[in-house]
Design a protein around this ligand. Structure first.
Ligand code: FE2
Ligand code: FE2
Length: 251
């Protein structure tokens, strides 16, 4: 399903049906970027048909310039080969020597793979993108990325949430009171099993630091719909969810 988030930012991807009516989204974000589209993650292989159809509809005759991978797990990289089969000129931007874990077609050349290092920024198709270390991650080397133009922070697994069926395609401003703490909590306690072992205060402080340093207008989580309205409110609710996960487990 294609949904326009803001400006030239679009969200595609489907959801996985979980238990008791809860669903886990698996999204791909696209910046059309005036003739040099940028893709953030490649989507799950189980949604290959829909994702490729959506990409073809969204991009038309314009091939993607770059595919940015947050990390190597299949929900994030599962369609890389399909994308490169369709658009062989696309370059891949990764955080580290991630290559052995990606299902790259044999004909991908070394110069098609680029490295974006945390703490740096580069320009891709005329668009500045900066890289930062993922604060919450389930794989070392996961990076978050920031698009200055739309103010979008792509957060990989963090800021994901499980939702009930009725909320499947809704952005935060289309929900009655934004993304509830409970939805964020359900996802984070499953996705980041180490959370009970760490200091909630420290994790929350690190997350707050990321948002204090840049003007984030949109959050693009892979496992949630984009948060485009109340970014601060969502950060506060995630802080609360992390606090609850850590403290209740320790209690
Ligand atoms: Fe992950
Ligand atoms: Fe993931």
């Amino acid at each position: 399903m294609i949904r326009r988030v803001v400006d030239d930012l679009y969200q595609i991807g489907e959801s996985i049906e979980g238990t008791d009516g809860w669903h886990e989204p698996v999204r791909v974000y696209v910046l059309l970027n005036d003739g040099c589209p940028l893709l953030f993650d490649a989507g799950s292989h189980v949604h290959r048909g829909q994702i490729m159809a959506n990409l073809r509809e969204l991009l038309g005759d314009t091939p993607p310039g770059y595919v940015f991978l947050t990390h190597t797990e299949l929900p994030h990289t599962g369609n890389l080969k399909a994308i490169l089969d369709a658009w062989p000129s696309a370059k891949i931007v990764v955080s580290s020597a991630i290559l052995p874990y990606c299902e790259l077609p044999w004909w991908v050349t070394e110069d098609q793979v680029m490295y974006g290092h945390a703490g740096t920024h580069e320009t891709y198709g005329g668009r500045p993108i900066s890289f930062l270390d993922g604060i919450l991650k389930d794989q070392p080397g996961t990076h978050w990325m920031f698009d200055e133009k739309t103010g979008t922070l792509f957060t990989a697994d963090a800021f994901g949430y499980f939702y009930p069926t009725s909320a499947e395609t809704l952005f935060d401003d289309e929900l009655d009171a934004g993304v509830p703490t409970d939805w964020l909590r359900r996802y984070h306690e499953t996705a980041f099993r180490f959370l009970p072992l760490v200091s909630a205060k420290k994790v929350n402080a690190d997350i707050d630091k990321v948002f204090a340093k840049r003007n984030v207008k949109v959050i693009g989580p892979t496992h949630g719909n984009a948060i485009r309205h109340d970014v601060n409110g969502c950060v506060t609710r995630l802080n609360q969810a992390i606090l609850e996960i850590c403290e209740e487990t320790k209690a």
